[in-house]
Design a protein around this ligand. Structure first.
Ligand code: ZN
Length: 534
């Protein structure tokens, strides 16, 4: 705990206050957040702190600039803007030419910081920043992470509420409450106002610093062995409820048919009195939000995130906002694996297989993974038909399910045994009962089915032609296929961790930039927690 009485330009005093309830909190079971913040290795974040103070300096100079031109025509009507923004969306472009599947933040040039990182420490801020002294980076950063570690969303309102209401939290972040008799007092170590927390979040977001810190946290965990290398990655998407409403936009497709699509409402960032005549651009109130279709009856207005992780350890490596939430899952996995390979080249060399659900069961996509990334894509089987096969069946068999499982007239599902490639047939056998004998023994249908000549159960073969939906080179009935796919659902637990344990699936900010920052902040805290529990 640092003393609050550090004045500008002076080094931190070399004494350490020990608070009795710090000791108590360190010993409580759910005190993970406290331990992590208490033992926070701030030295590791000096370079990020320097980059932040630089970005804050630039931010202060930029204040009062007019909104940037986003490409709309002068005098554009609201209706025309709706159409322009609609046709700009990823899901309005043919999949093969869609420019951007995953959200791409503003490209931030990486410059070496003007501030010397080695001069920074908790409570010591650079003197260069004109006017009032900035709030301490380390305190602000810790307060956002602590909020996630306590299970709350990493948004300024929530951080502010916790700093105000939980003195132990404020103190372990390095802040002190205002002294009652000096309400005018202001300093880098006083609990920041909501406006300061919002500004910190915005500066971090616009400078791409949340993203950069996320990558460095994951890299650190990979390099130190906290996360072991695996030879597989697993992916999935998940939705978060949007903090916005939508409108239904009618349009004509390229064949001239009347269509409708849900879209975020349009607005302007300027404060002009008359939006109908001012020259500023219309934009979406919540870019990236869209209709997420979970099933025929379940649809959500929300943002979509793609999550990738290591299946055996159940560790999430990255979470990315999808540029348009209405994008089909089959399109998001490839660009995301590509990004993970770019961000973590060391890890990429150990990966030879990637797992996904049936949204990615597509021959072309599998070839693309093989050719471009050198990995095998293994997806849950999508039979692309809902009806069972009922024609050209072996005797005694009633139907074969779309998944390639024959069901006999006595209602037993046949076990898959293998393939006779020379005869192009799949082989099945009747299952055994608890006592080890075949279900065929004593079956009333036996005379019609088994020839009653043997005491063993029925064996049958089914021609490849009968089951055209099954890839004979990789049949989903095979034990090996099932064993690999058993690791896929681990991504669902990763998603639960990120979405429920370390935050909330209801967003309180709009736009993909805020959504991506939200995911990044959650991921930073998640990887700090993994390191702590290791
Ligand atoms: Zn305007």
């Amino acid at each position: 705990m640092l003393s609050p009485h550090v004045t500008e330009g002076h080094p931190i005093p070399l004494f350490h206050e020990v608070h009795a309830d710090d000791e108590y909190l360190l010993n409580t079971i759910d005190g993970e957040w406290f331990e992590i913040l208490h033992d926070f290795a701030w030295e590791d974040y000096r370079a990020h702190a320097a980059a932040y103070y630089d970005a804050l300096y630039a931010f202060n100079l930029d204040q009062g600039e007019i909104p940037k031109d986003a490409g709309g025509a002068i005098g554009e009507t609201k209706a025309a803007a709706q159409q322009r923004l609609l046709f700009d969306r990823t899901t309005m472009q043919p999949p093969e030419t869609a420019r951007q599947i995953l959200y791409q933040g503003p490209t931030v040039e990486w410059k070496s910081p003007t501030v010397n990182p080695m001069t920074l420490a908790p409570g010591i801020v650079p003197v260069r920043l004109a006017g009032r002294q900035p709030k301490c980076f380390f305190g602000l950063f810790k307060s956002f992470l602590g909020t996630v570690l306590m299970g709350f969303p990493a948004e300024p309102e929530q951080v502010h509420l916790l700093l105000k209401s939980n003195p132990s939290f404020a103190r372990v972040c390095g802040f002190t409450p205002k002294e009652k008799d000096k309400p005018w007092q202001y300093g880098p170590l006083q609990i920041p106002s909501l406006r300061k927390l919002e500004q910190f979040d915005q500066v971090m977001r616009e400078a791409g610093l949340w993203d950069r810190i996320k990558v460095s946290e994951v890299t650190a965990n990979l390099q130190s062995g906290v996360i072991k290398k695996e030879n597989e990655l697993v992916g999935d998407t998940t939705h978060y409820h949007a903090y916005s409403g939508f409108e239904t936009v009618a349009y004509e497709d390229d064949k001239g048919n009347a269509k409708k699509k849900s879209q975020s409402k349009v607005t302007k960032a300027c404060r002009c009195d008359d939006w109908a005549s001012c020259s500023h651009d219309w934009e979406l109130t919540d870019d990236g939000a869209g209709t997420v279709v979970k099933s025929k009856t379940k649809m959500y207005w929300g943002h979509k995130a793609s999550v990738i992780g290591l299946p055996k350890q159940g560790v999430a490596l990255d979470a990315m906002a999808v540029a348009d939430a209405a994008t089909h899952d089959g399109q998001t996995f490839f660009p995301h694996v590509e990004k993970v390979f770019n961000d973590y080249p060391d890890l990429a060399t150990s990966i030879n297989r990637v797992l996904y659900d049936s949204a990615c069961d597509d021959a072309e996509l599998k070839t693309r993974f093989k050719d471009a990334l050198g990995v095998e894509l293994k997806a849950s089987f999508n039979p692309r038909r809902s009806k069972a096969t009922t024609e050209a069946l072996p005797r005694g068999i009633e139907k074969i399910t779309p998944y390639g499982v024959p069901v006999c007239s006595a209602g037993h599902e046949m076990d898959y045994r293998g393939i006779r490639y020379d005869r192009e047939k799949f082989i099945y056998e009747a299952p055994t009962q608890n006592d080890g004998t075949s279900v065929c023994v004593g079956c009333p249908e036996r005379t019609e089915c088994c020839n009653s000549s043997t005491q063993t159960g029925r064996t049958l073969t089914v021609s490849f032609d009968t089951l055209p939906q099954i890839d004979s080179n990789d049949p989903p009935m095979a034990k090996r296929f099932k064993a690999i796919m058993r690791r896929r659902p681990s991504v669902e637990r990763m998603i639960k961790r990120l979405k429920c344990d370390l935050g909330d699936d209801r967003l309180s900010k709009r736009g993909n930039q805020s959504f991506q920052a939200y995911l990044d902040k959650t991921m930073i805290a998640y990887h700090l927690l993994i390191r702590h529990l290791h």
